[in-house]
Design a protein around this ligand. Sequence first.
Ligand SMILES: Cc1cc2nc3c(=O)[nH]c(=O)nc-3n(C[C@H](O)[C@H](O)[C@H](O)COP(=O)(O)O)c2cc1C
Length: 246
Amino acid sequence: MTDITGVLHSRHSARIPFDPARPITPHDLEMILDAARWAPTPHNMQNFEIIAVDDPDVLEAVGEVSTTVSAEFLRENYAQVSSSEEELARRRVGIMGTGFPRAWLDPASWDLSSRDPEYTRKLRDSLLGCPMLLVVLYDAGRRAPASEGDALGLIGLGCVLENMWLGAEALGIGLQVLASLAGGDAEPTLAKLLSIPEHMRVAFGCRLGYPLVTHSAGLRVRRDVGAFTHRNAYGHTDLSDWSTTP
Ligand SMILES: Cc1cc2nc3c(=O)[nH]c(=O)nc-3n(C[C@H](O)[C@H](O)[C@H](O)COP(=O)(O)O)c2cc1C
């Protein structure tokens, strides 16, 4: 477990600039895509396609795509953010609000009808000079057998993401998930730009690159194992005698 544990703990969201002049090497890209290839998916359906965008002109065009934040996002995002490291340390879940525009964190000021530019952003703001963007797609017309809302298929896409993320981490490549590529007003524009067929949906994007600066993680929080593990029945969270056969 030692090797994998190190990568599991060091994997992180690389919300930092990458070196735009340093393309992902063919070897490294192949390793990351091979990690995706071996991801577990329900019924081994492998319901995913990946567009690897590295053409600077296409990246430029993707950067021009606008996304408008929804009221739903503002509300649900607000519930997950902490305004200080002390608050985050106490909550043990969620993220710091520091990366978001000030207006997104002030419910009193939310007014999407105003078409305030604060609520519309170009993808360029998220790409931050990355030399490669992976756009992960899935065929919305297929689903894992009897899986309501294709929840199992979506879990499979999560496995694809995690495999690529761990692979990138092991290679010293930064990865940041870009959920804003999926749904909203970005997806149809992106679909045209990348010739995505109508039956395919965007699951998420990943910006990849060699970090220009050392990652400064800030405070990273997780719940303790005992806070989410229930022994034999829900609510039995005392794991102190775990090694003892009940
Ligand atoms: C499905 C999914 C969507 C995510 N979307 C975004 C995103 O749009 N932008 C972003 O910066 N991070 C995104 N993240 C990263 C999470 O915020 C991050 O994994 C979490 O805060 C834990 O931090 P860590 O990755 O540094 O351990 C996403 C992660 C997952 C699994």
